[in-house]
Write a protein that binds this ligand. Structure first.
Ligand code: NDP
Length: 295
């Protein structure tokens, strides 16, 4: 169990844009913050604000408190943590890994940590750097609940919403990937819509008010469809997948008539047509979920 002093001290390994934002928020909250980065020179502003910068990750870990690591991916996490000096310094301490990667990599890191007597929490940050230390930040955590509770006071100083998703260490990464799946597929659709709109003489500025309107339908769709998706009931008499496939084919037709690649929409229409081919033309579009991963 960490002492009060330990809870009000933190080490941040990795000073990319996100690591710097995390360290800055800890400093703003008055937490004693020790920092390290592989490439020197990214610590200046944080040192001016009161951080202690040290030349090696093992020294940073030994400074006490929770070790937060936030680097590009888990290959980088391994490169930093799985060295004898660092692993030794971490023994009996806890790491909160806020780097992004896959659920299996998170579980593998948890097994490695357990073998070396290191407490391990995995996490994902769902919002960009300007939100860190504000109410808008969204942090997901997974791993032993007791460990999460122990370190919650220092994690809470990052602000925003902190959610513990369960003891399975891979859960935060799994939520992260599912949420980023929504985000990047939507961004691919938006980029395509902008290209097609431009070909039709519509600027991004002109489209924005209506783009916002259509994106606001999505939260409602998520909410009303959840029980049906979980139970396998995809009935949607107001918006059958046959109608969705028809509207998708118009998008494919118009964009290709302008010489614009429509492969993303072609893929979505193809999935819808497969569902119709299975005899589920009266279902809503989310029946595609069942096609992709039959229960
Ligand atoms: P990057 O994803 O570019 O990560 C940069 C950091 O990773 C630097 O500290 C860099 O060190 C370090 N790094 C890379 N390779 C290695 C290595 N082999 N050994 C040691 N350190 C290494 O930038 P961010 O800081 O923005 O992101 C960090 C994590 O936060 C990522 O997993 C990202 O997905 C996640 N995230 C970022 C958000 C954002 O808005 N930026 C939003 C949500 C999540 P060096 O300086 O030496 O190259």
């Amino acid at each position: 169990m960490a002492s009060h002093t330990e809870q009000s001290a933190v080490t941040v390994l990795g000073l990319g844009p996100m690591g710097r934002a995390l360290a800055g928020a800890f400093l703003d909250a008055g937490v004693r913050t020790t920092i390290w980065n592989r490439t020197p020179g990214k610590d200046r502003e944080l040192v001016e604000r009161g951080a202690v910068s040290v030349p090696s990750p093992e020294e940073a870990v030994a400074a006490g408190g929770l070790t937060v690591i936030c680097v590009v991916n888990y290959d980088a996490v391994d490169a930093v943590l799985r060295r004898d000096a660092v692993t030794g310094a971490l023994k009996g301490r806890t790491v909160a890994n806020l780097s992004a990667d896959t659920p299996d990599r998170a579980r593998d890191t948890a097994s490695w940590a357990a073998e070396h007597g290191i407490g391990y929490l995995d996490g994902a940050i769902m919002t960009p750097t300007p939100t860190i230390g504000t109410l808008a930040g969204v942090f997901l955590h997974s791993g032993p609940e007791q460990l999460y509770r122990e370190h919650k006071p220092v994690l809470d100083t990052l602000g925003g919403t902190q959610t513990h998703l369960g003891e399975d260490t891979g859960r935060a990464a799994a939520y992260d990937l599912a949420l980023l799946d929504i985000f990047w597929t939507a961004m691919a659709g938006y980029a395509h819509a902008l290209a097609m709109a431009r070909a039709e003489g519509i600027t991004a500025r002109e489209l924005v008010p209506f783009a916002k309107g259509i994106s606001e339908i999505l939260p409602w769709v998520f909410e009303v469809s959840a029980e049906g998706v979980d139970s396998g009931d995809y009935t949607d008499s107001n918006n059958p997948i046959t109608s969705a496939a028809s509207s998708m084919s118009h998008i494919v037709h118009v964009s290709e008539s302008h010489g614009i690649d429509a492969s993303v929409m072609r893929a979505a229409e193809g999935l819808a047509r497969q569902v119709i081919g299975q005899g589920h033309g009266g279902s809503g579009f989310l029946r595609v979920t069942e096609l992709l991963n039959p229960r």
